[in-house]
Design a protein around this ligand. Sequence first.
Ligand code: HEM
Length: 185
Amino acid sequence: MSVIHTAFVAGLSGGWRILRVDAVVGESLAMAGRLAVAGPGEAQSTATTGVQWRLDGATGHARYATRHELDTLGAVQQGLGRPEARCAALIPIRKNPAWWALAQDERRAILEEQSHHIAIGLEYLPPIARRLYHARELGQPFDFLTWFEYAPEHAEAFEELVARLRRSAEWQFVDREVDIRLVYD
Ligand code: HEM
């Protein structure tokens, strides 16, 4: 799996219009007009004037998903950039020191056996396309940048999905979460 380094730059330019920026837990991020998603090679050349904030992340290897879960995901998940998927959510998340003090097997047990994160998420595929970026290792203010794309008719299903995950045991370890909603126009 190749690593995809991406910068999310909020400011005056970019393909995505920011509809709202909501703090779910902890400190929010500033509202801005547009969001540019700059992929590999583009991150250095993004606008520097009028930038409200910039978050960097990189895709990486799966840490918790089993072979069977990865195969199931691979069989049903859709890629980013579908023309009908004009709605997006960028949800940066940080987990607390108690989470990071756990061992890998303990974190897996909370994520899936207790919280059913992957099983719940799979219920919403293929309409919701997703990409997970790791940011903690880059010294960023969040540990993860999660990105989702979906068509307007699946917006309600997406709300239900985030509500279910936020009620889970895993989310008790989330100490900062910002929910940014966007539309491609
Ligand atoms: C991690 C699936 C929705 C936030 C994961 C992983 C999978 C997954 C398989 C584990 C990756 C690994 O093995 O390292 C899904 C599916 C979803 C979904 C199929 C359905 C669309 C969401 C949503 C959020 C979210 C809506 C945020 C509100 C995260 C975070 C992680 C993660 C923060 C990293 C957890 C960690 O490493 O501690 N997801 N997810 N996911 N997901 Fe989801």
